[in-house]
Each structure stands twice: as structure tokens, then as C-alpha cells.
Design a protein around this ligand. Structure first.
Ligand SMILES: NC(=O)c1ccc[n+]([C@@H]2O[C@H](COP(=O)([O-])OP(=O)(O)OC[C@H]3O[C@@H](n4cnc5c(N)ncnc54)[C@H](OP(=O)(O)O)[C@@H]3O)[C@@H](O)[C@H]2O)c1
Length: 234
């Protein structure tokens, strides 16, 4: 029997790379990223992986990359590519709001639409890497939580729209995770970076693997992954 095939956007680094790692032994991977070189390097780490190179904010490039894939059946689509950061809300320009929503929301909707037929053919699962900021907003900067609240709405609506086609849609909401994105955020807070303060990418990947490998009678709809006592007590 052939292995289930899963496309992971943002598969070159951080949470996306950990998801690829968690699936690599028993899945055929399609690894997404913007740089052909980085994506090839990532693919080289796994026994069965091929590249999906596109800047997902570029509609035409995304269309072309999906057409070039020529995939007929897709068991899983994991949307991990995302951006965070930026300035406080009073300092945020319309362009900053646009670029955040382009990747975190519009690209997710677009890529899901483009891959609907192969997802339906495989009765596949779509997993959105959302955030704790998609459940509760606070702190500084409105555009990131606003984009993740929008992603949550998209996730919930897609779940009901695609149920009839046999496609499951899961939302995974991690707290702060030790990745390049987190390093940038902490640098912006002007404090030292201690990886031990944050969730491990592999812990989020384990939750994504659960959503993708759930038996057909059940669907993981929304998972919140928070730091456990071992992280908080450090
Ligand atoms: N880290 C956290 O604390 C945290 C917490 C909660 C939720 N999240 C969410 O988890 C997801 C992954 O975050 P991360 O921490 O793993 O981020 P990361 O370390 O910054 O990695 C981002 C990934 O997204 C890809 N990417 C960025 N812009 C892209 C674009 N325009 N087109 C295609 N791919 C693009 C990057 O590929 P390149 O190699 O091409 O740059 C990279 O693989 C995001 O949706 C984020 O909002 C993160």
C-alpha cells in the first residue's frame, strides 16, 4: 500500500520542519518554502519528500506551483507558513495589515481551494497552524491576533463546508514555540532568548500528527497546546 501523502507549507524551518520530521517515517512528504535551495535541503533529510517552492503571498506563483505538483490524491495539507511581529496597532500601516493577512489568511484559503479536488479524492485532512493569539488577543500589535482570529473563522467555516466532501479540517493553537519566529519576537522585546521558556516544535508536531492520523470516525477540530508544568517550573 502506498504511503499517505502530506503537503506541509513552511516545511523548511520551525514548526513546519518538526511536522515533516514527525511524519517522515510513514508518509510521503511535499515540503513547502520560498527558496528552492532551502526546500531541496529540507527534502534531503527525509526518505520520501519532494519540493513545493512558492511565495504563498504571490497568487500566480502559487497557482503555477500547484499545477506543477500534479497531485491527484492528497491525504493531508498542513498550513504552517506564517508571519508574526510588527509594530503596535497605532504604528501599524495598512500595508503591514495587508502583508500579515496575505500569508496568514488569504494564502491559506487560496491553497486549500487549489487542492480541494486531490483532498476530496483522498478524503484528506486540512490542518491550520493557528496560535493562542487566535483564541485570545492581548499584548501589543493587533494585526497578528486579528489574522489568527480570521484564520480560526476560516477553519470553522471550511470544516462545515467540506464535511460533505469527506474532508476534515483541524485548528491547532500553540502557545509560544522555540523557533526563528520566536527568536525575532523576543529580540523585539529586548530580552535574552532562552529556548527552555518555550514549547518545543516537536510537541506541536505530535498534535498535528494526531489530527492527521485520526481514525475516519473522528475528527480533531480544535487543539490548544500550552506550556506544561515542566516548562513553567523552569
Ligand atoms: N513560533 C511560535 O511561537 C508560534 C506560536 C503560535 C503559532 N505559530 C504559528 O506557527 C506557524 C509556523 O511558525 P514558525 O514559528 O515555525 O515560523 P518560522 O520559524 O518563522 O518559519 C516560517 C516558515 O514559513 C515559511 N514562509 C514564510 N513566509 C512565507 C511565504 N511568503 N511563502 C511561503 N512560505 C513562507 C518560511 O519559509 P522560508 O524558509 O521560505 O522562509 C518558514 O518555513 C505560523 O503560522 C505561526 O503563526 C508560531
Amino acid at each position: 500500500m502506498s504511503k499517505p501523502q502530506v503537503l506541509v507549507t513552511g516545511g523548511t524551518r520551525g514548526i513546519g520542519a518538526a511536522i515533516c520530521e514527525a511524519l517522515a517515517d510513514d508518509h510521503s512528504l511535499i515540503v513547502g518554502g520560498r527558496s528552492a535551495r532551502e526546500v531541496e535541503t529540507a527534502c534531503g533529510r527525509y526518505p520520501d519528500a519532494r519540493p513545493f517552492v512558492a511565495d504563498l503571498t504571490d497568487e500566480q506563483a502559487t497557482d503555477a506551483a500547484v499545477a506543477a505538483l500534479g497531485v491527484e490524491a492528497l491525504d493531508g495539507l498542513v498550513h504552517s507558513a506564517g508571519v508574526a511581529g510588527g509594530s503596535s496597532t497605532p504604528e501599524s500601516t495598512r500595508g503591514m495589515w495587508r502583508s500579515m493577512f496575505e500569508l496568514n489568511v488569504f494564502a491559506v484559503s487560496d491553497l486549500t481551494r487549489l487542492l480541494l479536488a486531490p483532498l476530496e479524492a483522498a478524503q484528506g485532512t486540512v490542518v491550520m497552524i493557528n496560535s493562542g493569539s487566535g483564541l485570545r488577543a492581548g499584548g501589543v500589535g493587533g494585526h497578528y491576533p486579528a489574522s489568527k482570529f480570521a484564520l480560526r473563522a476560516l477553519t470553522d467555516v471550511l470544516r462545515s463546508e467540506l464535511r460533505g466532501a469527506g474532508i476534515r479540517v483541524s485548528g491547532v493553537h500553540p502557545g509560544r514555540v522555540d523557533t526563528d519566529m520566536q527568536r525575532q519576537l523576543v529580540a523585539g522585546e529586548n530580552r535574552p532568548y532562552d529556548p527552555e521558556e518555550f514549547l518545543r516544535p516537536a510537541s506541536v508536531a505530535a498534535a498535528v500528527r494526531l489530527a492527521l492520523t485520526m481514525t475516519p470516525d473522528a475528527s480533531v477540530e480544535e487543539l490548544s497546546i500550552r506550556p506544561g508544568p515542566a516548562t513553567e517550573l523552569r
